[in-house]
Design a protein around this ligand. Sequence first.
Ligand code: GSH
Length: 228
Amino acid sequence: MAPTPDITLYFLGASRAIRIAWLLEELSLPYNLEVSPRASNGLASPEFKAKIPTLLGKSPAVKDGDIVVQESSAIAEYLCETYDTQGRVLPREPKARAKVREFMAAAEGTFMLHALPILYARWRLPKPAAEYLPEMEKGLSANVHNDLNWLEAELSDGKEGGGGETNKFLVGNTLSAADILMGFSIEFIFTRKLGTDGGNWPRVQRWLDGIRESESYKRAVEKTGYSL
Ligand SMILES: N[C@@H](CCC(=O)N[C@@H](CS)C(=O)NCC(=O)O)C(=O)O
């Protein structure tokens, strides 16, 4: 039997923490929210960071009884392994599980890894170097295009050649942790236009629109006030 949850989610506004609120809603788990808007510099305020019980002070972080977990993918795995006893969003069957975990890993380790340097360059490039920004973004966008092309192909039920209908979900016929983790990465990349110039990924857009229609996502948005 699953233990009784005693979960607090540390939720920074407009952040990856929406993944965890969504997952908690999807699993119908009760949780307390510690929400904070971003400070004027776009980061977490020192007061909010001080509340988060990790040395990194990043969001999301989750405290559940006597355990604290950070890193959205690790938090999602912890919650699924502890409370998703039916394997609904993280399947038990090894092949389906491997595919879900592949997308969970790629959400941070591939998509955010390639997109964030573009945002950081916009924020941090010193003024005298600003004229190089467009060229730099163009160079960095090659990886983002490659990643999105992969996702576009994964979402075709014909896979090869791009024909066929758009799959509703990344793995199988129901919402999984793959969709939840990847959803934020893609929304972030599309909304901030991080390396997307010159590309077109209609299946990815349709999939994103579709998963954002789920009731659990809407509840998470309403409770947290999330908006990018
Ligand atoms: N790889 C981490 C990234 C965590 C992270 O960088 N969170 C950002 C928000 S999306 C944050 O806390 N930024 C606030 C700050 O650094 O002050 C994860 O997947 O959870």
